[in-house]
Design a protein around this ligand. Structure first.
Ligand SMILES: *[C@@H]1O[C@H](CO)[C@@H](O)[C@H](O)[C@H]1NC(C)=O
Ligand SMILES: *[C@@H]1O[C@H](CO)[C@@H](O)[C@H](O)[C@H]1NC(C)=O
Length: 386
């Protein structure tokens, strides 16, 4: 395990800084002047004391098609790279199991714990979601993740942050910060022909009162690669710089979006005093509330779900399910000839993570003038996808 939090916490001065940089080896991401590495994982092994597996049959808010479990098939390290790899339920349990089976893992840690054939089939996919919940959380700093995205239809990789304490209440009251979300499809477009495939990634801040009274459209930013390129072809650097004065996202060093503490706070920014309004739930928090408390890191690969709306157009094969069907997972599974070949082999359908690093100012006042000041950030923020 390469986590150096204890060493880095005591780090002071340039010499220690240089040693830290040398120790982490491949210096594609490195501390900037005045910064120290406060936490990292280089994935020499998958340390389950650091990364806690979510084990659940819950299909999230988005009706996804996977069971998240703690199994070497779905999460492992190979050659210094972490793989989060979705697999087929039928591969281990047989096809008939999907139609008459009952899947339950005893180490389940979030209910529901059972996926059972009934109105729809048993979840057709097994996957992994790992978190630093209980081992590492941070408030403010620069998070850098070097990752290669999965390619394959209906895969939904994510690297994101969730609040440690839910100080303002359950989701989405205490906020959510999405460093990277993408869709693995090679050719997926909106009705207007705009790509929603693996050539594009998004970073997003989520906040609000509940599932219906919330906001993210003002705080989502995208980046698309030039035609012919996509994020599954190579490793890229996904970066979030979070200070008390600014949250900015960058890919390969290029800022794609930035948000300062808005006048009136995130309540005003999200237009939450309208439709239906109510009391500003962050009025007693800081300017950045709810993004002024510690968050932990989450990484996963989901499959299917409402992130793939019925309005999206896939080719060469259409979307194998729709959201008016009583059995979306069965529709998805029985049309696997359309999507399974796109998953490839040899880890193509895995989210691959080389490292996760978190930097913070060496001095406690180091965040003082870190507003979203640089012109690049402003320029990019101004033309973010509203
Ligand atoms: C969500 O919050 C709003 C504002 O407080 C409230 O009016 C609405 O009833 C809530 N909706 C649900 C589903 O709880
Ligand atoms: C949705 O899927 C169901 C089940 O496959 C199908 O019967 C129905 O025609 C589909 N609806 C639309 C609008 O495509």
């Amino acid at each position: 395990m390469a986590a150096t939090s204890a060493a880095a916490r005591g780090a002071r001065g340039l010499l220690v800084l240089l040693l830290a940089a040398a120790a982490v080896g491949r210096v594609r991401a490195r501390a900037r002047p005045g910064e120290v590495l406060i936490w990292n994982d280089e994935f020499d092994v998958l340390d389950t004391r650091v990364w806690n597996h979510l084990v659940t049959a819950s299909r999230g808010f988005n009706d996804e098609f996977q069971y998240y479990r703690d199994n070497w098939r779905n999460s492992y390290v190979r050659n210094g790279v972490l793989y989060l790899q979705p697999t087929l339920t039928a591969e281990e349990f047989g096809e008939a199991f999907l139609y008459d089976g009952r899947l339950h893992y005893p180490d389940c840690n979030l209910s529901p714990c059972v996926s059972e054939a009934g109105k729809d089939i048993v979840v057709p996919v097994q996957s992994a979601r790992i978190r630093t919940l209980g081992s590492f959380g941070f408030r403010y700093g620069r998070l850098v993740v070097r990752a290669q995205l999965p390619r394959g239809d209906w895969l939904w990789p994510a690297i994101w942050l969730k609040p440690v304490d839910n100080a303002y209440g359950p989701w989405p009251r205490s906020g959510e910060m999405d460093l990277m979300e993408a869709r693995g499809n090679k050719k997926l477009v909106t009705a207007a022909g705009v790509s929603r495939g693996v050539d594009r990634v998004a970073s997003t801040l989520h906040f609000g009162v509940n599932k219906t009274h919330r906001s993210w459209r003002h705080t989502t930013w995208e980046m698309a690669l030039p035609k012919g390129e996509d994020f599954s072809q190579a490793f890229h650097l996904y970066e979030m710089h979070w200070t008390p004065r600014c949250i900015s996202f960058a890919i390969d060093g290029r800022v794609i979006g930035a948000q300062e503490p808005p006048p009136g706070g995130f309540w005003k920014l999200g237009n939450l005093d309208h439709n239906p309004g109510g009391k500003d739930i962050w009025a007693d928090g800081g300017d950045m509330a709810p993004f002024d408390k510690p968050f932990f890191i989450v990484m996963n690969v989901a499959v299917g779900g409402r992130f793939f709306g019925d309005g999206l157009v896939n080719s060469p094969h259409p979307k194998p399910w729709n959201w008016s069907s009583p059995q979306p997972m069965r529709d998805f599974w029985e049309r696997r000839a359309w999507w399974l070949p796109t998953w490839g082999d040899g880890g193509q359908s895995a989210l691959k993570v080389d490292y996760v690093r978190v930097y913070a100012p060496a001095e406690s006042n180091g965040f003082a003038d870190n507003a979203c000041a640089d012109a690049d950030a402003r320029a990019n923020a101004a033309r973010h996808a509203g």
